[in-house]
Design a protein around this ligand. Structure first.
Ligand SMILES: Nc1ncnc2c1ncn2[C@@H]1O[C@H](COP(=O)(O)OP(=O)(O)OP(=O)(O)O)[C@@H](O)[C@H]1O
Ligand SMILES: [Mg+2]
Length: 112
């Protein structure tokens, strides 16, 4: 199994959720996070004063999928989240050792 962690622009969340639903991915965890990439945030003017805003709001989506579906899901996430502008986000893929459905002890792919 693989865990796909996508950090995306918050306004792309609905498009991304729709794309996952379209390919039959049900389980997911969504969090509101803050971060920056290589531009290290940017400067913003608020009430005439310039502030350095170095952590921008992003949304993190975590999806654990069987190995065989990983590329398909990464592709769907990237297509749905892309605007072509800086700050579009990033996708990380991690190995997952096991999964357990707490209700009935299903393990591995069966627990997803
Ligand atoms: N190396 C990293 N490790 C962990 N999180 C990261 C990393 N790079 C980016 N992120 C997360 O992804 C968000 C979006 O990153 P961003 O798309 O700006 O990356 P970038 O490398 O600067 O690419 P771009 O040039 O397209 O902006 C960041 O706010 C941060 O939360
Ligand atoms: Mg950036």
């Amino acid at each position: 199994m693989k865990k796909i962690e996508a950090i995306i622009q918050p306004h792309k969340l609905e498009d991304v959720k729709e794309a996952l639903k379209d390919i039959g991915i049900d389980g997911q965890t969504i969090s509101e996070v803050r971060g920056h990439g290589r531009q290290k945030g940017h400067k913003e003017v608020y009430r005439g004063m310039e502030y350095t805003v170095d952590l921008l709001p992003k949304v993190k989506i975590e999806v654990v999928v069987p190995d065989a579906r990983c590329e398909e899901v990464v592709g769907a996430l990237a297509r749905a989240a892309r605007t072509g502008q800086i700050g579009d986000g990033k996708i990380f893929v991690l190995e997952v050792a096991d999964a357990v459905r707490i209700r009935n002890d299903d393990r591995g792919d069966a627990a997803l």
